[in-house]
Design a protein around this ligand. Structure first.
Ligand SMILES: Nc1ncnc2c1ncn2[C@@H]1O[C@H](COP(=O)(O)OP(=O)(O)OP(=O)(O)O)[C@@H](O)[C@H]1O
Length: 567
């Protein structure tokens, strides 16, 4: 059998060296480690010492030692050659491998890198071979070989040529990784700055990674008409994001129409969405365009889609499939061009499993989901948002309130079940209730949160809380004796119910009702409530769902109040 020239693969040591060196290609992401491992292998196993890889410096054009094994820092820094200078320079220039069998007898050997005195006294050889890529010499692999009578220098050169191939491969793969990483970094940076710019341009405050991820997704959806599903807890900014998506898109000059599916009674929602013809039902005295028609060339935002009844879901599915709508009482479909954005704080998967939401509609809507992070997961954003809302409230109420440092720490530690909307409300009220020194203390915030607890999960703030009369009463009761000094209250858990509520009994009474998420929730019902409910019922001609809508309540809340007031 013909033997492979120069290379004795049958030799076990050599085989192991080649195999292990080849395996280093997969460590190309860390070329220092990969190449050092190879150079150490050939040094320890084959006696090819002080291995170095010389590469050309892009700026100076000089060869320098980029990777090495067994060289001191001084030796590395001395190891610089002009192209064609010394043996290494010549190998670089000519691309021809060179063996110097005795360095003491070679004039071109410069002893620049390794001083002669640091090498053994006997015969020392030097082997240098080019490292090439696509037939271009990109560097030089060089080693010193101390006397090794059992192997020929030619055999060592053969091995080094193979090693030079592996090193060329490692350098190429690493260059590719670097290029790709750089591209990704730049793309990321660009998306980040785009997202930051876009966000603030549309009044979206924050720069946490979780918010950036959501903004990036919005950025990707803007120039398409893809149906977007915004998912997130109540108050995370779903409506604000949907407006941003509209304003950043080519539909920005068209209408943006938002409709809250849970706020409109089922029987009204259909005609609100689809419109109706004259005489389509009792009371339809004239034809009316629905919101879908009105949103033509624009965006339709369907909030709380999870509350839409199954019959309407089927109709919505048809709109998404045919891109046409048919008014109630009409037979002719009308083509529409709208982008639909839907949002729900309910888990739609769960709704599908419960049979309350159509699976086929879910698939149609879930084409491009965007998850809006809860405030507690938006690291660093609470501070930015709190300052933003403080400025806003100060302007709105011509105030100049400031946070004491503990208040900010408190805001950052609290877990904000009502998210941004809750933070905004708390700060507004804190501005109104700030003490004489304009300071908003952590105790004041704790007090406001304690009081609001139970209302937050319902997603609405009862009128009583925002009415000036309430605020005035509140100031009297809160300032400042009821708040212990020098105690920083812990934001979790908020003590409930706040004992101070009792002192408002002259104006309101407080009734506990069990809520779905917690043991007890607290609703304040003001004295003239009965009158308000009565009036709303009259206006809605006895339809309780419609009456609830008029008062911005859910039918459940409305019924509960009727019951409590014995109506
Ligand atoms: N990133 C933000 N920067 C500043 N203000 C924000 C931001 N996100 C939301 N807001 C404000 O927070 C409040 C709640 O936002 P929005 O109504 O969009 O929430 P939502 O998720 O639609 O709530 P819900 O599910 O209860 O309808 C609004 O006043 C909105 O302007």
């Amino acid at each position: 059998m013909k033997k492979v020239e120069h290379l004795d693969i049958a030799n076990h040591t050599e085989y192991v060296v080649i195999k292990e060196a080849a395996e280093q290609i997969e460590n190309a992401y860390d070329p220092d480690k990969a190449i050092r491992t190879i150079l150490s292998l050939i040094s320890r196993q084959m006696g090819l010492n002080r291995g170095r890889i010389l590469l050309q410096d892009g700026d100076t054009g000089y060869l320098h030692t980029a990777y090495s094994y067994g060289l001191t820092a001084d030796e590395i820094s001395r190891s610089r050659f002009a192209i064609s200078e010394g043996i290494s320079g010549k190998v670089m220039y000519t691309g021809t491998p060179t063996i110097v069998s005795d360095i003491d007898k070679e004039d071109d050997y410069l002893f620049r890198t390794v001083d002669r005195s640091t090498l053994p006294e006997g015969k020392v050889s030097f082997i240098a071979t080019p490292i090439t890529r696509n037939n271009i010499v990109i560097g030089v692999l060089a080693v010193n070989r101390l006397a090794n009578p059992r192997r020929s220098l030619d055999k060592d050169l053969g091995l080094l040529k193979l090693i030079a191939l592996f090193i060329s491969e490692i350098l190429a793969v690493n260059a590719m990784i670097q290029r790709q990483t750089q591209i990704l970094k730049e793309e990321n940076e660009q998306l980040r700055s785009m997202a930051l710019g876009q966000g603030s341009q549309y009044g979206i405050i924050g720069e946490s990674p979780a918010l950036m991820a959501a903004l990036n997704k919005v950025g990707r959806a803007t120039n398409t008409s893809v149906t977007v599903m915004l998912q997130g807890e109540s108050g995370t900014g779903k409506e604000r994001f949907s407006r941003m998506l509209h304003l950043a898109s080519h539909r920005k000059d068209g209408p943006f129409i938002a409709i809250n599916c849970s706020a409109i009674p089922e029987d009204l929602l259909e005609s609100e969405l689809f419109g109706h013809e004259k005489g389509a039902f009792t009371g339809a005295i004239q034809a009316k365009q629905g919101k879908m028609e009105l949103a033509h060339h624009g965006t339709l935002f369907l909030d709380e889609i999870g509350d839409m009844d199954l019959g309407l879901q089927a109709k919505l599915l048809r709109v998404l499939e045919d891109r046409t709508i048919t008014r109630i009482g009409a037979t002719k479909p009308i083509p529409i061009d709208i982008r639909i954005i839907v949002a729900s704080h309910k888990d739609l998967h769960e709704q599908v499993n419960n049979g309350a939401f159509r699976l086929d509609l879910f698939y149609r809507l879930n084409v491009f989901p965007i998850e809006l992070p809860p405030l507690r997961e938006r690291e660093g954003d609470i501070r930015l948002l709190a300052r933003h809302f403080l400025n806003q409230a100060n302007q709105e109420y011509s105030a100049s309130a400031i946070f004491d440092p503990e208040a900010m720490a408190f805001l950052e530690r609290y877990d904000w079940p009502g998210n941004i909307r809750q933070l905004e409300n708390i700060i507004k009220r804190a501005v109104l209730l700030a003490d004489k020194n304009r300071l908003i203390s952590s105790k004041l915030i704790n007090h406001i949160i304690s009081e609001e607890r139970g209302i937050v999960r319902g997603g609405t703030t009862p009128a009583a809380v925002t009415q000036p009369a309430f605020v005035a009463t509140h100031i009297e009761n809160v300032q400042p004796a009821t708040i212990p000094q020098n105690v920083v209250p812990s934001p979790q858990p908020i003590a409930a119910p706040a004992p101070q509520l009792e002192s408002y009994a002259t104006h309101e009474f407080v009734d506990p009702i069990p809520g779905p998420d917690e043991k007890r929730a607290y609703w304040k019902v003001s004295e003239n409530e009965k009158e308000r409910l009565q009036q709303a019922l009259e206006m809605a001609r006895g339809n309780k769902t419609r009456a609830a809508l008029l008062l911005n309540m859910t039918p459940r809340q409305f019924n509960y109040r009727l019951q409590k007031l014995g109506m």
